[in-house]
Design a protein. Structure first.
Length: 439
């Protein structure tokens, strides 16, 4: 029986080699537009879809595969007598393998200056329809949406067939992909802050060894499209892989250090700041952060908003830390800190504008969403109610403490000068207790 494969891809990574592998396994290949051209230019024998359907591509390529001879071939069940009769009557050949990926909507809409017309033109219609049809009929059709699956699919085909469990996994991958694709389009077109249907797309960044506790499984996901200069974009230069708790702590430290334009250092333990300092130099800033609480910083996470030089690296080298995050490390600083093999070093631009507008909190059966807290002291429009006006230095101290305290778990009290925290009381059931700890 003729084995027919349908190939139509935007991402042509590995597609020529995959098609050659299919030909070697006696598949007939049908293809569309740019994919057909790429295959033929590479010397791969293929038939254009229009020859199968008897209908040309129209509307500038918008309609290519939306035809009964394609979708009938994808959806037919050979064991169904009525289906066999329809196929024979309409001269439709079943399609047993589909390799399709979609127009790069996410990549296009992330480009600066992209117009709505360009975005809409990159909404794929025929691709998702073929993928969904093939995935629905996965018991009969092998469907491949990820180029990284080409080699394993070919290996299984060489062994005789792809088992049903493997086809089911590939089908699940398709529906994950098309659902995420539609979510991105919905996000692009949605203007309401809190729409009736909230659609969000995340991709697996990495599996983690465990969660908050060793008995909990965990993973780290990144937003799609990628958020510039967000934590998933950080580059790890050395050290063990990040844990669930590490990622939480680094995220907290990053949020705080981004509050400051002056050279700043932030030390965090269990997502709460234990020391924050700013100064003329980064070394001065770290000295103040360390002096804020030289005990709690032990085993903590420290974030900086300037390149770490040798002077700062020497200070860091003297204490036990889990992670150091900075925009960059001077070569001599990196060499020195490289002696501490278990110390995780991360680079990420820390001075970027805040890119994520909403904060999400997962609940059993629901999700809380709110705007990020960008409320500044200037926004507060404070009124002085005491007889004495605060001095300029006291106003600066208030502004510093304001920037820090919103990142402390409530009940939260921060005592600060204009350039460093002097005491932090976090996570207490009453404000009196938090104040006592801070003082």
């Amino acid at each position: 029986m003729l084995k027919r494969a349908l190939i139509s891809v935007s991402d042509k990574t590995g597609i020529v080699e995959f098609a050659r592998g299919l030909l070697a396994l006696d598949f007939e290949i049908i293809s569309t537009g740019g994919t057909y051209k790429a295959l033929r230019e590479a010397g791969v024998e293929a038939t254009e879809v229009s020859e199968v359907t008897g209908f040309p591509e129209i509307l500038g390529g918008r309609v290519k595969t939306l035809h009964p001879k394609i979708h009938g071939g994808l959806l037919a069940e050979p064991d169904n007598a009525e289906h066999r009769e329809d196929l024979q009557e309409q001269k439709i050949v079943p399609i047993s393998l589909v390799a399709v990926n979609l127009y790069p909507f996410a990549a296009v809409t992330c480009e600066k200056g992209v117009t709505e017309a360009e975005a809409l033109e990159n909404i794929d219609i025929g691709g998702p329809a073929m993928l969904r049809a093939a995935a629905k009929n996965y018991k009969q059709v092998t469907v491949v949406v990820d180029p990284r699956d080409y080699d394993s699919v070919l290996e299984q085909l060489k062994e005789g067939r792809i088992d049903r469990a493997a086809r089911r996994r590939l089908a699940a991958k398709v529906f994950q992909h098309t659902a995420a694709y539609d979510c991105l389009i919905a996000q692009y077109l949605t203007e309401e802050a809190f729409p009736k249907k909230l659609t969000l797309t995340y991709e697996l960044q990495q599996n983690l060894r465990y969660g908050e506790n060793p008995h909990q499984k965990a993973a780290f996901y990144r937003r799609v499209p990628k958020v510039p200069a967000s934590l998933p974009a950080a580059i790890q230069l050395q050290g063990k892989e990040l844990s669930y708790n590490n990622i939480n702590d680094v995220s907290a430290a990053l949020a705080i250090v981004r509050e400051f334009s002056k050279p700043a250092a932030v030390a965090v333990k269990h997502t709460n700041p234990c020391g924050v300092g700013v100064g003329v130099s980064l070394e001065e800033a770290f000295g103040k952060a360390f002096a804020s609480d030289p005990v709690s910083i032990f085993g903590g996470v420290v974030a900086f908003n300037r390149q770490i030089d040798l002077a700062v690296a020497k200070r860091l080298h003297e204490i036990f830390l889990e992670i150091v995050l900075a925009p960059s490390f001077a070569p001599e600083a990196l060499e020195l800190l490289g002696n501490k093999k278990n110390l995780r070093l991360l680079t990420l631009p820390t001075g970027e504008a805040k890119a994520v507008d909403y904060q999400l909190t997962s609940l059993p059966g629901g999700l809380l969403i709110q705007e990020q807290d960008h409320y500044s002291l200037a926004d507060a429009k404070l009124t002085v109610v005491t007889e004495r006006e605060p001095t300029e230095e006291e106003w600066r101290a208030l502004e510093f403490g304001w920037k820090v305290v919103k990142h402390v778990k409530s009940n939260a009290i921060v005592v600060s000068s204009a350039e460093m925290t002097l005491g932090v009381g976090a996570g207490q059931m009453n404000r009196v207790g938090a104040a006592a700890i801070a003082l």
